[in-house]
Design a protein. Structure first.
Length: 156
């Protein structure tokens, strides 16, 4: 115990943490998580990291559903793209690091390859997020066009 300290409370610096997920994250997880098993299975079968058609379709649906609840669809899609791409990309990155470290080559070349991985792996996740955001924006546009209620017919 420290002398002179009577209470052991910790003062939190910064904003308080939210108790539950925001609506944007709920719809992003709704769009991104169903694609994760498909992406992992596809990577396991053919070493293709992300299922792009599935990612775009899921983000489109998530954007459509979010926009119907008056939530901005684009951030939902960006987050859905990250959620969908991150697990398979992480698995692929681990495999690439193992492969690079097992090659018989000069150390400087191994270092260069690992540095390139540090640059291009996050870039790949950003591209997936971009396509998720674009797809969700299209889904939001569809929700505005298709989801509108027609005005009631005037009775005579």
């Amino acid at each position: 115990m420290c002398a002179g300290r009577e209470d052991s409370t910790v003062t939190r610096i910064g904003p308080p943490l939210p108790r539950e997920l925001s609506a944007t994250w709920k719809y992003a997880l709704l769009g991104g998580l169903p694609i994760v098993p498909l992406s992992l299975w596809r990577y396991w079968q053919s070493e293709t990291a992300v299922e792009p058609v599935g990612l775009c379709l899921a983000a489109l649906i998530a954007g459509y559903l979010a926009k119907r609840r008056s939530i901005d669809a684009t951030p939902v899609g960006f987050r859905a793209g990250v959620v969908a791409a991150a697990p398979a990309t992480l698995w692929g990155t681990i495999d690439l690091i193992r492969f690079v470290l097992d090659l018989s080559q000069p150390a400087w070349f191994t270092g260069l390859q690992l540095l390139l991985l540090l640059v291009f792996v996050p870039l790949f996740v950003v591209v997936a997020a971009f396509f998720g955001g674009l797809s969700a924006r299209i889904g939001g546009w569809l929700a505005e066009r298709v989801g509108r209620q027609r005005p009631p017919a005037a009775s005579s």
